[in-house]
Design a protein around this ligand. Sequence first.
Ligand code: CP
Length: 321
Amino acid sequence: MKSFLHVEDIGDLGKALQEARQVKENPFAWKELGKNKTIILIFFNSSLRTRLSSQKAALNLGIDPIVLNVGADSWKLESRLGVVMDGDSSEHLREAIPVIGSYCDIIGVRSFAGLKDREFDYAETILNQFIDYSGKPVISLESATVHPCQAFADLITIEEYKAKVRPKVVMTWAPHPRALPQAVPNSFAEWMNAADVDFVITHPEGYELDPLFVGNAKVEYDQMKALEGADFVYAKNWSCPGTVNPEDYGKVLSKDMDWIVDSKHMAVTNNAYFMHCLPVRRNMIVSDEVIDSPRSIVIPEAANRVVSAQVVMKRMLEEMK
Ligand code: CP
């Protein structure tokens, strides 16, 4: 696996899930695989789960992790090509990336969408420079348009909790005070479309995700109708993807609190499990009673971030042998 951005990068999903089970049962079985190997985890943005789960996954495999917080620990890095660097940035990615690549065997990058320039974000301009200039395998730790380690962990969690072969999984938009990227819903949609689930997306009009990620998923604008009979409810906010009106890209078009996932919404489901990638704003995205209920599986979902990261790093190490 040269890079990990999309569901197809992991290959056969059945095999990947089987490997995830093996890794979870025996996390230290491959401790020798990462001996004398180094992963550099680069964060342009904040993180709790991704930062810690990636380091834990690396340690389980015997890999030495190094974390770099861009701007705080390093020079501020310029990502645009062809610009006169007379602003805040002291170094360009064009030099920084090959230098970073010379110090490690795998690179992980967190680089959120700026939500100002759709073309720049959807071209994965920052992550692709790491792929092009580092000479090393690159893992998206949530880049501009995708969060594959999260989506893989979400799928592992659904596999663990599902009570029927083909569960109904509903991803619902929910309100948030700030503009958030589309990476999590994009990847969740991509992975659910590849999995054996009945997948439905629900959101207010104007929040249509890029067709590349929606694929053949059913889109239902009536949230209550979408939630009927759901086995899993996956809540997430995202800002306007700009697929209908490009000038709205990155904007907050709605803060409609009727879209919060509360007991009224959960009542029409098939006693669904509640999922969210975290961090979550309580009583904006989800009510206290839902996230604190026995059907909330947000903690085991987050715990599976170690498993998904470890499978990806293990695959990369195995290809280096
Ligand atoms: N879900 C997730 O990626 O969490 P962090 O932003 O805390 O890493």
